[in-house]
Design a protein around this ligand. Structure first.
Ligand SMILES: NC(=O)c1ccc[n+]([C@@H]2O[C@H](COP(=O)([O-])OP(=O)(O)OC[C@H]3O[C@@H](n4cnc5c(N)ncnc54)[C@H](OP(=O)(O)O)[C@@H]3O)[C@@H](O)[C@H]2O)c1
Length: 325
């Protein structure tokens, strides 16, 4: 049995869809208040619980051989506490996996930066990685670069949302809703892209579907045991090159406006007393000012994943029906 923790999220859902195609036994760990209808409709076994509730984790782990954990609080729905979920919650999950003899724990993590300790998402991911390494469990840690599906939307576009299932940025959190409303689809509407960080930054942007492919391909893979992989797409691109792809797809000019990382660093501090998640989101915008120039040829070959190019991703999205302006 494969337990997916974070099942109602966009990555968890994409992983579950693939596990179902492969007819593998899957159990989705969902909260009572989660939007799990699409999983229930697809006939997925549900285990109700919460990472803040160790008893429910213990119950969900019964008979489980593999855990895939993508749960996170970046864009929270309802009440949340970062440390309780992403630190202690994962600690309880790892302990339950040890008790139940889980054979592989696949953990979706983030790239290493010099400021991991300063941004909650990064801080707690690193702690979970350390715990996994000491746990005696066989783990597969994927440190992802920026997902095209999220970050191409954050810079001012609705295009990446076309055809998206359980899109993270549509989650019900006041600050991200405000942010999306403010930035909206500036690219399609006014030909302006709002880029976090300096012009020189380069990322191996990756499509969410490719991330899901890697996760599924890692299950039982001999090279994925007690292993850590950086995950990125097939190209290492500047934001300027992403903007050029937008120009090609839309057939009109797009101007990149670079927002200095310092703005986000400052807003992160300003928001901290009011909202941990809003402050963390600004922290993420700051920290993506650091490169993720992952060379992916070897990892893609190990897992047999064909990576999606940014231009291809945008062209495919543009071919789907949806709002542009
Ligand atoms: N976006 C990027 O560029 C990027 C880059 C690198 C790595 N990553 C990592 O990749 C993963 C992406 O996940 P995603 O896009 O699927 O996230 P998402 O859409 O925001 O989904 C979050 C999931 O976590 C669950 N969750 C939150 N709190 C929980 C709790 N207390 N107990 C149980 N479940 C809880 C949510 O359940 P509810 O629906 O009940 O809230 C939901 O299923 C994350 O780990 C992220 O850090 C992302």
């Amino acid at each position: 049995m494969i337990l997916v923790v974070g099942a109602t999220g966009q990555l968890g859902t994409a992983v579950i869809r693939r596990l179902m195609v492969k007819q593998l036994p899957v159990r989705a760990f969902v909260r009572q208040a989660s939007h799990y209808q699409h999983l229930q409709d697809a006939g997925v076994e549900l285990a109700f619980g919460d990472l803040c509730d160790p008893v429910s984790i213990e119950r969900a782990c019964q008979g489980v051989e593999v855990v895939i954990a993508t749960a996170n609080t970046t864009i929270p729905q309802g009440k949340y506490n970062f440390a309780a979920i992403e630190d202690q919650g994962y600690q309880h999950l790892i302990a339950a996996c040890q008790r139940h003899g889980v054979k592989q724990f696949v953990f979706m993590s983030v790239a290493v930066t010099p400021f991991d300790e300063a941004v909650l998402t990064f801080r707690f991911k690193r702690r979970t990685e350390e715990r996994l390494k000491k746990s005696g469990l066989s783990y597969t840690i994927f440190r992802g670069s920026l997902f095209m599906d999220d970050w191409f939307a954050f810079i001012g576009s609705y295009l990446p949302l076309r055809g998206a299932e359980a899109a993270t940025i549509r989650r019900d959190f006041w600050f991200s809703k405000l942010f999306i409303k403010g930035v909206g689809n500036l690219i399609e509407k006014r030909g302006i892209a709002l880029i976090p960080g300096p012009k020189s930054v380069r990322h191996a942007f990756i499509a969410l579907d490719d991330v899901a492919e890697f996760i599924v391909a890692s299950l039982g893979h001999p090279q994925a045991q007690k292993a850590i992989f950086s995950l990125g797409g097939p190209e290492i691109l500047t934001w300027g090159e992403i903007v050029a792809h937008y120009e090609n797809v839309l057939g009109r000019p797009v101007r990149a406006v670079y927002l200095p990382s310092g703005i986000f660093r400052f807003q992160r501090m300003l928001l901290r007393p009011f909202s941990e998640a809003a402050s963390n989101l600004m922290g993420l915008n700051w920290i993506v000012g650091y490169d993720t120039p992952f060379e992916m040829r070897e990892t893609a070959a190990i897992f047999g994943v064909t990576l999606t190019h940014a231009g291809e991703f945008l062209r495919e999205k543009a071919s789907l029906p949806g709002q542009t302006s």
